[in-house]
Design a protein around this ligand. Structure first.
Ligand code: ASP
Length: 358
């Protein structure tokens, strides 16, 4: 045994084993098959802070979304349509910080950001700070396909959504008690004023609700998907409520092309989650793809370079999922956990939440 350990040390095998903790089981998807990789947010997600029911509910949510995307691909749909289909499911699931269940801004509003990019055409669409469009990822896709712009914001973005027939809802649709409770607790901690309970929200519960989020864990639940379709095209999308307690119309990295979302058939597709300010300054998604494109790096090495290297050195937190047109799948995160799943045509879903899962 001692001999084996010594040999491993000599061969440099110990660091490799450590790096394998977040290595995907499938690293190369055969040509002609589709593949999906998705995340449901990163943060202080630990077994000790999860109940078995909660753990199972998150996994069921990821499973439902990945199968919605798979259904599109099985019918020979495009990567872009699969990204939209999968993310709509996560937006409709109140567990995730996107669509219904989005976190609240400091003034008690749900302001939603989303982006989608088509690696085949390099077209992109994004929205920031929307408050009435039920599925912001569909709005991002409409911006890409039906407008001459890339990024729309606020009231105008919702108006555009209505003009192209996307479902509009009262802002109270996005309300969940748990996210409201997170906001109130965060604002109390920071000594900031608590906004009035939003109009249209259900009456406050008589008893305090069970909260699983720790102060550091408020970033759970942003969602993103990267897909390669059977034709070998890549698309990526991200949708989020942003950060709890955000102020002054703050916009994160998710709708910023090249920061939280990027796709190019010349390099790779990436969707990010974490404290957006770092991801914007490091242009995380584009940097990963540039390392693949210009330095010829393996995708997982590029992810590790940016997440374990540059992001961590800057004291930023979060993670990414990524895929190349030649079928490499990768993910990486420097937080204790990241909700994540992947599926290759003909295979079974591989899923993880905590750091020690493959
Ligand atoms: N990246 C998102 C933002 O900064 C939040 C998240 O991923 O949890 O808006």
């Amino acid at each position: 045994m001692r001999k084996r350990i010594l040999l491993m040390l000599c061969l440099g095998a110990v660091p490799m084993m450590a790096a394998q903790q977040s290595m995907p089981l499938v690293t190369k998807v055969p040509a002609g098959k589709w593949a999906i990789v998705m995340h449901g947010g990163a943060g202080v997600i630990e077994r000790s802070s999860m109940t078995p029911e909660r753990d199972a509910a998150y996994r069921a949510g990821l499973d439902e979304a990945i199968h919605a995307a798979a259904k599109v691909l099985d019918a020979n749909g495009s990567a872009v349509d699969a990204v939209e289909a999968g993310l709509r499911v996560l937006e409709d699931n109140p567990l995730f910080n996107a669509g219904k269940g989005a976190v609240f801004s400091a003034d008690g509003r749900n302001e939603l950001d989303a982006a989608i990019m088509d690696g085949r055409t390099m077209k992109a669409g994004a929205v920031a700070g929307v408050t009435r469009t039920k599925n912001p990822i569909s709005l991002a896709k409409a911006v890409m396909e039906k407008s001459q712009f890339v990024l729309l914001s606020g009231v105008g973005a919702d108006q555009f959504a209505a003009s192209v027939g996307l479902q509009q809802v009262d802002p109270s649709y996005f309300f969940t008690e748990e996210r409201w409770d997170s906001l109130v607790r965060q604002l109390k901690r920071e000594g900031k004023p608590i906004p009035p309970r939003p109009a249209g929200a259900p009456p406050a519960p008589a008893k305090p609700i069970a909260q699983l989020e720790t102060p550091a864990a408020h970033k759970w639940g942003t969602t993103g998907i990267v897909v390669r379709d059977r034709a070998g095209n890549i698309a990526a999308g991200t949708t989020t409520g942003g950060l709890t307690g955000k102020e002054f119309g703050r916009i994160g990295d998710s709708p910023i092309i090249g920061a939280g979302t990027y796709a190019s058939d010349q390099s790779c597709g990436v969707s990010a989650t974490g404290t957006g300010e770092y991801f914007i300054r490091l242009t995380v998604a584009r940097t990963i793809c540039a390392l693949v494109q210009y330095k010829g790096m393996r995708l997982q090495d590029a992810v590790n370079d940016v997440i374990d290297g540059q992001l961590t050195a800057m004291k930023g937190d979060g993670g990414v999922i990524a895929m190349t047109p030649d079928g490499q799948i990768a993910w990486g995160f420097n937080t204790p956990g990241m909700f994540r799943a992947r599926l290759v045509e003909g295979g079974t879903v591989q899923m993880g939440i905590y750091k020690d899962e493959p």
